[in-house]
Design a protein around this ligand. Structure first.
Ligand SMILES: NC(=O)c1ccc[n+]([C@@H]2O[C@H](COP(=O)([O-])OP(=O)(O)OC[C@H]3O[C@@H](n4cnc5c(N)ncnc54)[C@H](O)[C@@H]3O)[C@@H](O)[C@H]2O)c1
Length: 439
């Protein structure tokens, strides 16, 4: 199959590279010349484990290429995937469909043969029909179908998620489009991965419902964590005890500083708006959005308690600012709420993140970037663990405590315990959903 992929962000690039690894001929298009130049040089503009190697392999095999020229990419393509951003629209919480609709129009103007226009971006219910209208209006002669093919990959594990998905969801309206999608996903059909073929609206809804459910699960355990702190329970034990129940499952039950990232915040907001627009409010999701904001603010209160009520003049070392480990993505990361509160409160902040600096430098003004956690904590009054990168999971806590001015630890990912902290010489320790000391 010949595929054009529009957008070379986290989803477009991973999907394009993986489709080429299936054996398809893939041309990835982006309108950002900087990204295309990097890709043509063999450099990956984002951090995603394993992507560089897989990309190089398929470029070398002649199945994968990059261009700014949409016309050339669409020439002879069986399917064109739209994988552009759908950020939250300013002011109203709706998904901003400007990029999707612009891409649809560009496809319509460039195509001159039957093609399936596939939306991979996360889009509100009804968008594929609008894409259909936009393409038909821009090129009334064009023979085409639309398909919805939402993506479920997780940053940091994206290649595995794409190659071994829990399921693939395809929304189509014609047998012809269904056949094209089946041929594209044939390698996964052959290995018995579940492929759900459904209508356009259901496919669009599956994606939002799935993300909203996961955001709800995280928020539920975060709220239980707050209660655990009050009643003296340990949320790690509570999660374990809950998660072993097969009806609940242990995933997305790790309490933390609130969800962030490129999907959950914007997708929950968009689903809430869809519900309001259809006079069928999704009240649970509206509450999840509110509780998540409160969770992030609760973290600031925790840090204030550890710092004796004021950040002014305190030196704080922050480990991890990306929204989760194994990505460089900073979109809606809890760090973007917490670090500015520290800086704004008069703290001197040093930051260590294995991949976050490139994005983070512009987003977190007024902090000092360090490469080494041990250098960052020297003379600090507070060590704050915000993202559970592997390199922060086995630190020499004794060495750290003895090099700090005041050894206090805020472990917002529960990777250590209060006994670890106490044994290392920390005078105060706080985490999520567990009783700390020295507060
Ligand atoms: N990031 C994730 O983990 C993830 C997972 C599942 C689904 N999604 C969804 O996938 C979509 C893309 O997300 P992302 O994180 O990859 O976005 P992104 O912002 O990283 O990348 C989007 C890319 O599209 C390019 N672009 C925009 N308009 C274009 C056009 N007309 N022609 C060519 N290129 C164009 C931009 O330059 C950019 O490189 C979103 O709807 C998102 O919700 C994301």
């Amino acid at each position: 199959m010949k595929i054009a992929m529009i957008g070379t962000g986290y989803v477009g690039l991973v999907s394009g590279v993986c489709f080429s690894d299936f054996g398809h001929e893939v041309v990835c298009v982006d309108k950002d010349p900087r990204k295309i130049e990097m890709l043509e040089r063999g450099e990956v503009p984002i951090y995603e484990p394993g992507l560089d190697t897989l990309m190089a392999k398929n470029v070398e095999a002649g199945r994968l290429s990059f261009t700014l020229d949409l016309n050339a990419a669409i020439d002879g393509a069986d399917a064109v995937f739209i994988a552009v951003g759908t950020p939250t629209r300013r002011g109203d919480g709706h998904a901003d469909l400007t990029y999707v609709m612009a891409a649809a129009e560009e496809i319509a103007r460039a195509a001159d043969h039957y093609v399936v226009v596939v939306t991979k971006s996360t889009v509100p219910v009804g968008t594929n029909r609008k894409v259909q209208e936009v393409v038909a209006a821009a090129n009334p002669e064009l023979d085409f179908d639309v398909a919805s093919n939402p993506e479920f990959l997780r940053e940091g594990a994206a290649i595995d998620d794409f190659m071994k998905p829990d399921r693939v969801v395809v929304g189509v309206e014609s047998d012809r489009a269904a056949k094209v999608m089946e041929d594209i996903y044939r390698p996964l059909y052959l290995r018995d991965f579940p492929i759900i073929t459904t209508d356009l609206e259901s496919a669009e809804m599956i994606k939002y419902a799935a993300n909203a459910f996961l955001a709800t699960k995280i928020t539920f355990i975060n709220e239980i964590a707050a209660l655990c702190e009050k009643v003296g329970a340990d949320v790690k034990q509570v999660s374990k005890g809950m998660g072993l129940d097969g009806r609940i499952g242990n995933k997305f039950l790790h309490a933390g500083p609130g969800y962030g990232g490129s999907c959950f915040p914007k997708d929950t907001k968009a689903l809430a708006r869809i519900g309001q627009d259809h006079a069928s409010p999704v009240s649970i999701v509206e509450t999840v959005i509110k509780v998540n904001e409160e969770t992030k603010r609760r973290m600031i209160d925790k840090l204030l308690d550890l710092c004796g009520g004021s950040f002014n003049g305190k030196r704080v070392a922050v480990l991890g600012v990306t929204f989760k480990p194994n990505t460089d993505d900073m979109r809606d990361a809890p760090a973007l709420t917490i670090v500015p509160a520290l800086v704004g409160g008069g703290a001197q902040v040093s930051v260590v993140d294995p991949q976050g600096r490139r994005e983070g430098e512009a987003l977190l003004p007024g902090v000092r970037w360090e490469d080494d956690p041990y250098a960052a904590v020297e003379g600090a009054d507070l060590l704050l663990i915000l993202t559970e990168w592997n390199e922060f999971r086995a630190l020499d806590l004794g060495r750290i405590a003895s090099s700090m001015a005041t050894a206090r630890l805020a472990d917002l990912r529960n990777i250590y315990s209060s006994s670890d902290a106490e044994a290392a010489g920390f005078v105060a320790y706080d985490s999520i959903g567990r009783v700390g000391y020295g507060l």
